[in-house]
Design a protein around this ligand. Structure first.
Ligand code: BG6
Ligand code: MG
Length: 213
């Protein structure tokens, strides 16, 4: 019996996945690191430092250097965030959130991003959620189930009562590991392990989600 929905943020509620990509690309160009859109696909849902590790692909770099690079990437990303407004909410997500809330479901955000609260504030949808879990909420990042389990606990739901919406492979894995229903958004190569898959955010049909699972 589904009682709540936990939304990933970047790539599900808003198009910031593109800004993460551009910020990494800028850093990679400056530092001659091998990076492209294809490598970027592996960074969805992955924490900031772990993202750099994936880009480095085993290349050894001093810790202080890694810190400077991730800080710089975040500065570039925050430049995009400064311009973020309601217009950056993906498709009719806001209307869908209102409908779910009206129907009595608990709503939460479960994001790996340490910028999540700022993003939601700029999108002007923070108040819609019963709780917001972000990159500071737990130690172990997705694909560990910790972030989603923590989120369910805060809103007082059992894992099996929660549906997670995710655009990342690591996020779908985290939702499944948590014992929740996973709805994947994107190509099957990326989110195919989810219980239900939609190609894009605009295709999500919550009535169907609730009847099919
Ligand atoms: C996730 C994104 O939501 O947050 C990742 O999908 C990103 O691409 C991660 O690396 C961490 O974000 P931030 O804002 O803490 O650097
Ligand atoms: Mg995401």
């Amino acid at each position: 019996n589904i009682k709540g929905f936990i939304f990933d943020l970047d790539g599900v509620l808003t198009d910031t996945a593109e800004f993460h990509y551009r910020s990494w690309q800028k850093l990679a160009d400056e530092e001659n690191l091998n990076f492209n859109r294809q490598i970027n696909e592996q960074l969805r849902g992955v924490s900031r430092m772990q993202s750099l590790e994936i880009i480095l692909a085993g290349q050894e770099v001093p810790t202080a250097q890694k810190k400077e690079w991730t800080d710089r990437k975040n500065e570039y990303y925050q430049e995009y965030l400064a311009e973020l407004t309601k217009k950056n909410i993906l498709d009719d997500m806001e209307a869908k959130l209102h409908q779910l809330k009206k129907a009595g479901y608990k709503l939460a955000v479960g994001s790996s991003s340490r910028n999540a609260k700022k993003v939601l504030k700029n999108l002007q949808i923070s108040d819609l959620f019963d709780t917001i879990s972000d990159g500071n909420s737990v130690e172990r990042a997705k694909p560990a189930p910790d972030l989603f389990l923590h989120t369910a606990e805060v809103i007082g739901l059992e894992p099996a009562e929660c549906v997670v919406l995710e655009d990342a492979e690591s996020g779908v894995e985290a939702a499944l590991a948590a014992g929740m229903i996973a709805v994947g958004i994107g190509p099957a190569e990326r989110v195919g392990k989810a219980h239900l898959v939609y190609t894009s955010v605009s295709d999500i049909d919550f009535e169907e989600v609730l009847t099919k699972i």
